[in-house]
Design a protein around this ligand. Structure first.
Ligand code: SF4
Length: 888
């Protein structure tokens, strides 16, 4: 008789990646693994998920996890410590430095990956008990310009609309957003509206992305000119009599000044077209669509936010919605697509240096109100340093103690190389992390604190439409890992604030956060979760996704703001903002003639510490690359698939070249995900200028002047191992997750003897090594008890590198061949459907031989696109391109 199968109860939780905030149902297997599916009842996604979400179950292994507190010793080594010892070191260190240098000599750098409860406790400790507002977050790199734009226009950081507006809009304008890859589930929702209701899609982006390929109208504007386009639109709306005078008069101020400024920047269609570098007809087409569509949603993302004029860009967009009264009504409004899973929760808490708490700032009244609520002894009384300035202060030695939680600034901040060097200067450098090793940890952290990861922690997150959802626990805490809120509260207790940080659970923290949001809030503040301030532990455990405001004693109301005014300025009117004329902060030059743009790819997230664990996600775009226009590639002597060095004033990267007409001449695009852990030289943050927006402090990550040149390394190859290896000095490499280990793809100028030495050093261990020198191609395979344990192959780029390892060993040929043979670097068939591992070539062949003609037929025949749907836009493009290439 079979033993009964034990099934853990399924858990409803929320995805830890992007700001869409998809609900998930997770079925744990009880052994550390889990099956993940979309939650059909969650209003953010109604069961849909993307490739990243669907691969979450493959990212739960504990390899590489930080499982115990660690302290760095005088000789530089990290040794395991107990929690009391580590917490004492943190509390004593911060206390000592505050005592000696004052509270502004310390800082916290937080993350949109933290839960709301974690954010709340960290923000409270720093701003109410340690006396500084030096609390900033990686959200500064993501959506700070949206926050500043909202606050200038609305008087508060209020997202006016909901995702439901995407179902009801007649026109969806996507500005600086590759939503098909970066917010895939929302993009599918837009495409559903397009298919079912005929909504039109306009994409405004310097780069022809997969999103642009799906648009009815694509405007490839010149970098940095968004403000001119929306000023031109405002002028045109006024000229056509499309301004909603009743709305403007009743609910706004500053229209005349904003229109005057808009006329100075873009007085007519001709001037607008000239400013943005496009034909008048394309501009007129966009203006016609906007004018004719009563229901317009303008979605914007990092292409707008990551700019030294990001706040003006946001307000130029908002101006057009205010002018037409297209805000707060079904199917209308500006909608900031937030990058991170809980950037919104961090904004709600006030975990940014220019906010105090719960959408309050630093006026004396607000400081006093928060002080009384917290019963705080040492309130911060002015704004702290925003991210870029915070790390510059570290560089200058003004900040001496830093606590980084759940983020990797040594990769993601501008001038990341300088950031890494600055971190080494800190007197006290604390990192709360999931992983044992990343670029920030390796920059010399003195104290490592093992934090609970997704699936182990419990709390709340808020998505881009103000919807608070629960992340729930379905895995036990591994090793000695602890929730971040617990870690911060324990430090607070040791610093003498036990009573104010006596939380027993995440629910305790959440109740206090909700109560503060409602404290002396008579409706003058938008953010109010007072209806949840008395939630029971059970109620918190079963809390359904809910949008704020949720005021005490009131039932949830219409989920939109501002249809009838009610802004959060002193006179309750919205402010039109007169933006500055668009101008990029740094000019290109003979030395740096290109504009370097950066962004995300479909199947990776941030610095890959989680998505980088999944072999199937790795196969979509496994290597760091630069997109270059064919004309620029030819002029620079670059070849598709070759290597190129991209350099700026601040640093350099070496990545693969992708020649594509989707890139504008004069522009380069490099993705952000690779770090020193995953590639030899691909940390693009190192190249980015530190210029920031004057209002939001968000850095300009999309337009750094850059140069590009070919890199010639005549030999290519790969090595597969079960463990991390150090490749010979001078090797270009990228580490790619594969089942059972890692594959290092490499390029080198060093011949067989170097690789023979490497094979003995890195592959042998307990194994026996078989080698072969086949002309210029060197091959080696390591075997343990007849099992292949690792392999290596290096040879000229045009030589066949795949081979039958059995020929080297004479063992079980079929099995070994299956495990070792692979295509060489640059020839591997890329995967288009991560869910079913369907390669581009398989789809292409099926199209060209007539087996399939539509996306639906591809799904029926090859299964591609039938699970999460993230690859549907790329499948459509393959069909179009194949039909163009083979019309019959
Ligand atoms: S769209 Fe994908 S990454 Fe974003 S929340 Fe949903 S499943 Fe997660």
């Amino acid at each position: 008789m079979n033993a009964p199968v034990h099934m853990e109860p399924a858990v409803r939780t929320t995805c830890p990646y992007c700001g869409v905030g998809c609900g998930l149902i997770v079925q744990s297997d009880g052994h550390g693994g889990a099956a993940v599916a979309g939650d059909p009842t969650h209003p953010a996604n109604f069961g849909r998920i993307c490739s990243k979400g669907s691969a979450l179950g493959e990212t739960l292994a504990l390899d590489g996890r930080l499982l115990h507190p660690m302290l760095r010793q005088g000789d530089g080594t990290l040794v395991r410590a107990g929690w009391p010892q580590a917490l004492d070191a943190v509390a004593e260190g911060f206390g000592r430095i505050i005592e000696r240098d004052g509270p502004n000599a310390i800082a916290f750098y937080l993350s949109g990956q933290l839960l709301t409860e974690d954010y709340y406790v960290a923000n409270k400790l720093m701003k109410g008990f340690l006396g500084s507002a030096n609390v900033d977050t990686n959200s500064r790199l993501c959506m700070a310009s949206s926050v500043a734009g909202h606050r200038r226009a609305f008087g508060a950081d209020t997202v006016p609309g909901s995702y439901a507006d995407l179902d009801q809009a007649d026109l969806i304008v996507l500005v600086g957003s590759n939503a098909a890859w970066c917010h895939p589930v929302l993009f599918q929702r837009m495409m559903h509206n397009k298919a079912e209701r005929g909504a039109r899609i306009v994409v405004i982006d310097p780069r022809r992305t997969v999103t642009a390929e799906e648009a009815d109208l694509f405007l490839p504007i010149a970098p940095g000119t968004d403000t001119a386009l929306f000023c031109g639109l405002l002028v045109e709306l006024a000229e056509r009599g499309a301004v909603d005078g009743a709305y403007v008069d009743a609910y706004t101020s500053g229209f005349a000044e904003a229109l005057t400024r808009a006329r100075e920047i873009a007085p007519d269609i001709t001037a607008t077209a000239h400013a943005i570098g496009l034909d008048e007809s394309a501009v007129a087409h966009f203006f016609d669509l906007f004018h004719a569509s009563a229901r317009v949603v303008t979605c914007y993302s990092q292409g707008v936010n990551q700019s030294a004029q990001g706040t003006d860009k946001v307000d130029a967009i908002i101006n057009c919605h205010l002018a037409t009264g297209r805000i707060g009504k079904p199917g209308t409004g500006p909608l900031s697509l937030t990058g991170q899973p809980n950037a919104m929760g961090g904004r709600e808490v006030g975990g940014l240096a220019n906010q105090l708490a719960v959408h309050m700032g630093f006026t004396p009244v607000e400081i006093d109100r928060v002080r009384r609520f917290w019963n705080a002894p040492r309130m911060a009384t002015r704004e702290g340093l925003k991210a870029v300035q915070m790390f510059e202060a570290i560089e200058r030695g003004e900040i001496k103690a830093l606590w980084v939680m759940a983020t990797n600034p040594a990769v993601s901040l501008p001038r990341a190389g300088a950031v890494r060097e600055a971190l080494a200067k800190l007197e006290l450098f604390v990192v709360s992390e999931n992983v044992r090793s990343n670029d920030t940890v390796n920059a010399g952290a003195h104290v490592l604190l093992p934090a609970a990861a997704w699936g182990e922690k419990d709390g709340a997150v808020t998505n881009s439409e103000r919807r608070v959802s629960r992340q729930r626990t379905f895995l036990p805490l591994p090793g000695e890992a602890k929730p971040d809120w617990w870690i911060v509260a324990e430090v607070a207790r040791r610093m003498g604030f036990a009573a104010a940080f006596a939380y027993r659970s995440a629910a305790d923290v959440f109740r206090e956060h909700a109560a503060l949001s409602a404290f002396e809030n008579d409706g003058a503040r938008d953010f109010d979760l007072g209806g949840l301030a008395d939630i029971t532990d059970d109620g918190y455990g079963t809390l359904e996704p809910v949008q704020w405001p949720l005021r005490a004693g009131e039932a949830p109301t219409d989920s939109r703001f501002f249809a009838s005014g009610g802004f959060f300025t002193p006179d309750r009117k919205a402010r039109f903002v007169a933006p500055e004329p668009p101008a990029l902060r740094e000019a290109t030059s003979d030395a740096f003639p290109f504009r370097l743009n950066t962004g995300r790819i479909r199947d990776q997230w941030h610095t890959m510490t989680r998505t980088g664990l999944s072999a199937r996600l790795a196969m979509h775009l496994p290597e760091p690359f630069v997109e270059v226009h064919p004309r620029d590639a030819a002029a620079a002597g670059l070849t598709d698939g070759g290597l190129a060095r991209i350099s700026t004033l601040h640093g350099a990267c070496v990545v693969k070249v992708v020649v594509t007409g989707g890139q504008q001449p004069g522009s380069l695009f490099v993705p952000i995900h690779w770090s020193a852990e995953t590639a030899s030289c691909a940390r693009v943050g190192e190249l980015i200028s530190p210029h920031t927006d004057p209002y939001s402090g968000q850095p300009e990550a999309k337009a750094t002047p850059a140069a590009i040149a070919p890199v010639v390394l005549p030999l290519r190859g790969f090595t597969r191992t079960r463990r991390a290896v150090a490749l010979p000095e001078g090797t270009w490499w990228v580490r790619v997750a594969v089942t059972d280990g890692a594959e290092y793809r490499l390029a080198t100028g060093q011949g067989p003897m170097v690789w023979h030495d490497f094979a003995y050093r890195a592959l042998v261990g307990d194994a026996t090594l078989a080698e072969q020198l086949d002309g210029p191609v060197y091959r080696a395979a390591a075997f343990v008890d007849g099992e292949l344990d690792g392999c290596l192959c290096v040879g000229p780029a045009d030589a066949p590198l795949a081979w039958d390892a059995a020929a080297l060993h004479g063992a079980d040929g079929a099995r070994l061949t299956a495990r070792i043979s692979r295509d060489p670097i640059g020839v591997t068939e890329p995967v288009i459907c991560a869910c079913f591992g369907v390669g581009v070539e398989a789809v292409r062949q099926a199209i060209s031989c007539g087996t399939v003609r539509t996306v639906a037929e591809i799904g029926r025949t090859l299964r591609a696109g039938t699970n999460c749907g993230s690859c549907l836009p790329e499948l459509k493009q393959l069909i179009i391109h194949e039909h163009i290439a083979h019309p019959n």
